[in-house]
Write a protein that binds this ligand. Structure first.
Ligand SMILES: Nc1ncnc2c1ncn2[C@@H]1O[C@H](COP(=O)(O)OP(=O)(O)OP(=O)(O)O)[C@@H](O)[C@H]1O
Length: 310
């Protein structure tokens, strides 16, 4: 039981001339939620599908519960739950029947009715998969992935396109899985989802890991003051208005961060100083906020791009 839930080393996957995964390594522990976070096209789905045994890597190694996802697929099947982005349910299958069938494959399944109630699927229990809305299809796939009480679950963009209520129900289910000791590896491009759910975050960009660590570790404990303005404002002048021990950084252009060696200094007084300085310069600071770094900020600092806009 001392192996990781998932261990990926130097993974490479190309489709023709497109390199989707370019030497990617990470470890997902058991009994924890690990989020692969990155913009569209970063290589998250390719990575997770290789871990699920649905795709063959060009090179690198993948171990899932200590086993090979392709050659040990039979041994892994009852122990691993998979929620595919495309659903993975036959189009004619009725939601309730499909879930009961999935339950029948497992020795000690979760009660299908209870799962359907939790995920808001009772009213569509007799509806064929192809007639379900996108969000209902997604929730049915999620239910099918977890019904066998797996040790590990792979969730590919579990809440993409869901309404807020369904997203919340999904988050609650993931949190409960984790409390029950299930390892969860999920992909997402929603940083709120990663921040809210994940114990560990692996930030991926262009097929590579750009940051990897505990969520708190990546975001840091200290508050920062951030704002946006035109690129190239006079940072040295702003700095001279601030107490000793503060720093002003601009990266990428137009994004400003003020940090202080003494976190207590980042209070209302400092905020007033910054806004007064901006007013004197005729600068209207946008998105002015004092808070811990978000994963979005981490992505921006590492790539120079906005996670939402990339
Ligand atoms: N079957 C395929 N054939 C050709 N190119 C592919 C295929 N699957 C993925 N790609 C390309 O590989 C790159 C990585 O795609 P992938 O789906 O792994 O990323 P992703 O981070 O999951 O993105 P998304 O959130 O959009 O699914 C993209 O440029 C994508 O267009």
């Amino acid at each position: 039981m001392d192996t990781a839930a998932v261990e990926v080393t130097d993974l490479v996957k190309s489709y023709g001339s497109t390199t989707a995964v370019a030497g990617l390594s990470f470890t997902a522990p058991r009994g924890a939620v690990t989020a692969l976070l990155g913009p569209n096209g970063a290589g998250k789905t390719s990575t997770i599908e290789i871990c699920e045994g649905f795709r063959q890597a060009d090179s690198g190694t993948v171990r899932v519960l200590g086993l090979d996802p392709i050659t040990d697929a039979r041994a892994l099947k009852p122990r691993v739950g998979v929620m595919l982005q495309a659903g993975g349910v036959p189009t004619g299958a009725r939601a309730g029947e499909w879930l009961r069938l999935m339950a029948a494959f497992h020795a000690d399944p979760l009660p299908p009715q209870e799962l359907m109630e939790r995920l808001g699927l009772v009213s569509v229990a007799r509806t064929p998969f192809r007639r379900l809305s996108g969000g209902q299809q997604q929730r049915l796939s999620l239910a099918a992935a977890v019904i066998g009480r797996p040790e590990l679950v792979f969730l590919d963009e579990p809440t993409a396109g869901l309404d807020p209520q369904a997203r919340m129900a999904t988050w609650e289910l993931v949190t409960e899985l984790r409390t029950a000791g299930v390892g969860v590896v999920l992909t997402t491009h929603y940083m709120e989802e990663a921040e809210r759910l994940a114990d560990r975050v692996v930030i991926i960009d262009h097929g590579r890991v750009v940051a990897d660590g505990g969520t708190d570790e990546l975001t840091g404990a200290d508050q920062e003051l951030r704002f946006r303005a035109a690129p190239g404002i006079d940072s040295a002048s702003l700095l001279s208005a601030l107490p000793a021990g503060c720093r002003v950084e601009e990266f990428p252009g137009g994004h400003y961060v003020v940090t202080c060696a003494d976190p207590q200094a980042l209070g209302p007084g400092l905020l007033a100083t910054v806004t007064t300085w901006c007013a004197a310069q005729g600068i209207l600071p946008e998105d002015l906020r004092v808070q811990r770094r978000s994963l979005e900020d981490v992505f921006l600092e590492l790539t120079g791009r906005d996670l939402r806009e990339s």
